[in-house]
Design a protein around this ligand. Sequence first.
Ligand SMILES: Cc1cc2nc3c(=O)[nH]c(=O)nc-3n(C[C@H](O)[C@H](O)[C@H](O)COP(=O)(O)O)c2cc1C
Length: 233
Amino acid sequence: MPNLQADLLPAIHYGDFASPDDPGHPPKILLLYGSLREESFSRMAAEEGARVLRALGCETKFFDPRGLPQPDSCDADHDKVAELRELALWSEGMVWSSPERHGAMTGIMKSQIDWIPLSAIGGIRPTQGKTLAIMQVCGGSQSFNAVNQMRILGRWMRMITIPNQSSVAKAWLEFENGRMKPSSYYNRIVDVMEELVRFTVMTRGRKDALVDRYSERVETAEEVHKRVSLKQI
Ligand SMILES: Cc1cc2nc3c(=O)[nH]c(=O)nc-3n(C[C@H](O)[C@H](O)[C@H](O)COP(=O)(O)O)c2cc1C
């Protein structure tokens, strides 16, 4: 049986789930993967995810981690760093797909996140309040170490990490000629992408309200008070 092709997907569309505040344009999803291998299954899994996302009406972009320097080894105006940050700013939701290595996400995956600042660039925080779906591939039996870590990382980046996730066991058995074979693992990836789209269009129009924090309002008020007091001296 051929794999479910994007154009044969059951007809759900992002517009069906949009909140009344939704801006209405195709959801912009950035996909990151954590491997530099030519035949990378975590990249292929992300590519399957992107096919599904496009079938649901999304716009997708990938970042190629080749040539990305180690965090802090150069200035942030390095071409690859600038490209990654621009893509993060562009996105409304993300997919992170990492191999599990030694029971953890790869350094390549982590480096990409470490280069994306939590603080604002030009007044905009690149990750805060955006949605996130996490995926991993395993060489052995199914495990969840990388997704568990990425879930923590998603919280750290103040993202809305969706409940569903994907972990593909024995990934080397699941792909053929760059495509994923039909399986429950593939169906789970479709589930995850659908859920990502639902969460994205239900929340993106209300992002500012969702990320508003009392403690930060206090800090802002204190800053303003300090500036006014200084002016009065
Ligand atoms: C050094 C090393 C450590 C690995 N550790 C694990 C592991 O802890 N758990 C696991 O399921 N697979 C492990 N694997 C297998 C990889 O997850 C598997 O090869 C995967 O396909 C690599 O991702 P990629 O295809 O995107 O490059 C390891 C592979 C290498 C080379």
